[in-house]
Design a protein around this ligand. Structure first.
Ligand code: HEM
Length: 420
């Protein structure tokens, strides 16, 4: 046992990330994360057959050095008797999220041209309009479900517009995105859900393929066209690569931003002092959004494979063994963030890992930040006396993508709901 590891007591349940499947732990995973950090920060999880890494600098090292090429290929699935799932794998292996350099560098370089901070900054005014349009109908009622009325539709509309597909299709995009997110966020897959996820992948593939055909006939703006047209030194993406990366961008942009807005408003309501501080000085919103990303990270963990035999914090990880890097824990590491369980919207030196780190650092981060800032500002400006409805909170079963199913709130109704 390494010096850092504390002795477990007889009464402690066995140490495992598996406990995230229990509703109490999903509601508050931080005691489990702190236990992992204290007892065994690089932990061989014998229930999941993976290494679980929870300390900040260890997570940084995994995200920096380890391989992202972790999805089984269609051939490997067939060899495991899971050929039915290979259409999902065929898409995933072409997504930048699951690639290493040089393939990753090429695809990301072509796609990222559409996502520079300067390119998304011009969307700020438009995102504000969408947010106001969503809030207008609920203002006279004095109550809303933050998730259904704002946190889900806002990123969904922004994503549809960003891709350049009709906003009327947004409910379909949302349903597909939720299905696919199950593949990304969970380490426990329900075999009964596989047919639905397969259907979603097939439908999304057909949808983006016909959107591409449409654009060849009638060119128009949006990420789909940008991915089709992007070129670096004559290189361009294939049709399958465009489709796979439209899917990952669509899913990446929705579930996560919904969770940022929902978890963020919940955290502020649970900390009335911080909420009051923010209301009295809205210039703190950018710093508050960073702290909310750290405090309740929308993506709690991600996976990697050891590129070679590696020693990490005194443990020997063998080549190709799987590792779960728990960003949600790293963001509460007391060795990196003083008083990590305290929400402090003015926190300095807040280099959290909510958007990941290194080569795969979220390329939608500038957009997500703008959406989070605008949603928060609109709610604070337009909804005085915001309060939680007294109902139990229900968290989504997807423990990788941490978010609420609903968030009912009340506020002082406004008989004249027009934006300031
Ligand atoms: C609060 C919102 C968001 C959070 C917390 C978030 C978080 C993350 C994280 C942690 C990663 C890295 C995963 C890994 O290393 O395994 C990532 C990658 C990615 N994100 Fe986001 N994301 C958010 C919003 C968005 C948005 C709005 C988009 C698209 C417009 C997006 C698209 C992507 C893509 C395409 C990748 C893969 C990048 C790569 O592999 O190089 N994300 N995101």
């Amino acid at each position: 046992m390494s010096a850092g590891r504390a002795a477990a007591t007889r009464h402690d349940p066995p140490l495992s990330l598996y406990h995230l499947l229990e509703p109490d732990v999903v509601a508050d995973p931080y005691p489990l994360y702190h236990r992992l950090q204290a007892e065994d920060p690089v932990h061989w999880d014998r229930f999941l057959h993976v290494w679980v890494v929870t300390r900040y600098w260890d997570v940084v090292r995994v995200l920096h050095d380890f391989s992202a090429e972790r999805t089984p290929t269609p051939d490997q699935l067939t060899a495991m008797g899971l050929a039915d799932l290979s259409p999902i794998a065929q898409v995933m292996v072409k997504q930048m999220l699951f690639m290493d350099a040089p393939t990753h560098t090429r695809i990301r370089g072509l796609a990222a041209q559409a996502f520079s901070p300067a390119r998304v900054e011009v969307l700020r005014g438009h995102i504000r309009e969408i947010t106001d349009r969503l809030l207008d109908p609920v203002l006279p009622t004095g109550r809303m479900d933050v998730i259904a009325d704002l946190a889900e539709p806002l990123p969904c509309i922004v994503t549809a517009e960003m891709l350049g597909v009709p906003v009327e299709d947004r409910r379909r995009l949302k349903a597909w995105s939720e299905d696919f997110a199950e593949m990304l966020g969970s380490f426990q897959h329900n075999p009964d859900r596989a047919p639905q996820i397969l259907r979603a992948v097939e439908e999304m593939t057909d949808y983006f393929r016909s959107a591409m055909q449409d654009r060849r006939a009638r060119p128009r703006e949006g990420l789909i066209s940008e991915l089709m047209d992007a070129r670096i030194q004559g290189d361009r993406l294939t049709e399958e690569e465009v489709i796979a990366n439209c899917i990952v961008t669509m899913v990446g942009g929705q579930e996560t931003t919904t969770n940022l807005i929902g978890n963020g408003i919940l955290s502020l309501l649970r900390h009335p002092h911080e909420l009051a501080k923010l209301r009295s000085d809205l210039s703190l919103i950018p710093s508050a959004v960073e702290e909310l990303l750290r405090y309740e990270s929308p993506i709690q963990h991600t996976g990697r494979l050891a590129p070679a035999d590696v020693e990490l914090a005194g443990r020997q990880i063998r080549r190709r063994q799987a590792v779960i890097a728990v960003m949600g824990a790293a963001n509460r590491d007391p060795e990196r963030f003083p008083d990590p369980d305290r929400l402090d919207i003015t926190r300095q030196d807040n280099r959290h890992l909510a958007f990941g780190y290194a080569a795969h650092f979220c390329f939608g981060a500038p957009l997500a930040r703008i959406e989070g800032q605008i949603a928060l500002e609109a709610v604070l400006r337009r909804m005085p006396d915001l309060a939680l409805e007294p109902a139990p909170l229900v968290w989504r079963a997807n423990h990788g993508l941490r978010g609420l199913k609903t968030l009912p709130v009340t506020f002082k109704a406004d008989a004249h709901p027009s934006a300031p």
